[in-house]
Design a binder for this molecule. Structure first.
Ligand code: DP6
Length: 388
């Protein structure tokens, strides 16, 4: 069937955080943000869409379970795809009246709290855009699903311009550099063993806008300068500058959370132990080697250059001992290295076991791509191939 499309889309982790909206419905941010798109072979969302005259209603299945299509964000995305297709005259009018079936899954546990909505909506919108043959930029449509999703529409390093227009037409993501510009850039996701229920990003940022005094200072005085500086650091491959700004921006974002009222705490004791480890490691080197950043949860994303990966992994295994060593490091293959004896002396006190669940090793990656091996999540009649 020709109207069936399957895509995979990557996760992105911001180095300058998006936090705060000026328009809740159109998901328009108060500040620009910058992110790194990660390799979709390691972590991705996969979505199949099928448009057919035989369907009676729009339907969606997420991670093996049927979900309601009444979700406003989902409806906004589909509506915008159709009106874009109408403007571009990319499909016949009759095609626009047909219903759509959508089936989507993540290849990583949603419970890990790892930017799943960004990959999910970027994938959904990219697959719909392909099905409706849309040629123009779709980051502003992905944005309607989840703000951070607009950055997953591109690979490499991406800047989301907040824009100034009230209709959001200039609130789009733009690629700063593709993945081959800085292929050594690597990431380690440290999944913290914590099941604490947290306030969603949407609710959290609303509370910060309404109650934090520091918030306005960040938006007006800090972010604009940082965005320019980090874009320059990316273009010139200045890792030290890139890392310093990344860490400072993560810290400031969490300070804003704490300055919200009532305060929001996303980081846990283990998160702070990771921060301590990274600063201690950086301090014993003449230059910064690793950066950390934390989103709306306790997990860390470490950015570092390829050559540093085996060394820091040996240190992590030493400081954060695990009872499941075989499953501890996942993702891209690594060259195992024995920990340096000097490092053991400096980091002489390992923490208790299992503070970290596992580590994902990944790299910078491309934007959404079509899956052409026929492994659709919907069968030829448009029904899920795999339901729980
Ligand atoms: C901390 O994109 O999840 O990860 O637009 O309300 O869906 P909504 O929020 P979302 O917020 C992401 C916040 C963040 C920072 C970032 O990714 O820039």
């Amino acid at each position: 069937m020709s109207n069936i499309i399957t895509m995979i889309a990557p996760v992105n982790i911001a180095v300058i955080k998006y936090w705060g909206k000026r328009n809740e419905e159109l998901i328009l941010p108060l500040n620009d943000s910058v992110s790194v798109t990660l390799n979709a072979n390691v972590m991705c969302a996969k979505t199949t869409v099928c448009v057919s005259p035989n369907f009676l209603e729009d339907e969606i299945w997420l991670n093996g379970a049927k979900e309601s299509f009444t979700n406003q964000r989902l409806q906004n995305c589909l509506k915008e795809i159709k009106s874009r297709a109408a403007v571009e005259r990319s499909v016949d009018d009759i095609f626009l009246t047909w219903k759509v079936h959508i089936c989507s899954e993540n290849n990583f546990p949603t419970a890990a709290g790892l930017a799943s909505s960004a990959a999910g909506y970027a994938c959904l919108v990219s697959a719909l855009a392909k099905a409706y043959k849309i040629k123009s930029d779709v980051s502003s449509i992905a944005r309607l699903g989840s703000g951070s999703a607009c950055r997953s529409v591109y690979g490499g390093f991406v800047r989301w311009h907040a824009g100034v227009e009230s209709d959001g037409s200039d609130s789009i993501a733009v690629q700063i550099a593709n993945k081959s510009h800085w292929p050594e850039m690597s990431a380690l996701i440290l999944v913290v063993g914590d099941t604490q229920k947290k306030i969603s990003s949407s609710k959290g940022m609303k509370l910060s806008v309404e109650t934090s005094d520091l918030f306005q200072f960040r938006v007006q005085n800090c972010v604009p300068k940082r965005v320019e500086e980090i874009c320059k650091a990316i273009t010139t491959k200045d890792f030290v500058k890139f890392a310093e700004i990344t860490m400072k921006d993560s810290n400031q974002f969490h300070a804003i959370c704490l300055d919200s009222y009532p305060p929001i705490t996303y980081m846990t004791d283990t998160s702070y132990k990771i921060i301590e480890m990274i600063h201690k490691y950086n301090n014993i080197h003449p230059k910064i080697k690793i950066a950390y950043t934390f989103d709306a949860g306790p997990n860390a994303c470490l950015y570092l250059l390829e050559e540093e990966v085996p060394k820091i992994l040996s240190l992590i295994q030493h400081i954060f001992p695990t009872s499941t060593p075989d499953k501890f490091i996942t993702g891209l293959p690594i060259q195992h290295e024995k920990i340096d004896t000097d490092l053991i002396k400096i980091f002489s006190q390992p923490h208790q076991k299992d503070l970290l669940k596992y580590v994902i090793h990944t790299k910078i990656g491309d934007g959404p791509t079509e899956v052409i091996d026929g492994s659709h999540l919907l069968n030829e009649c448009g029904w899920p191939t795999n339901l729980h």
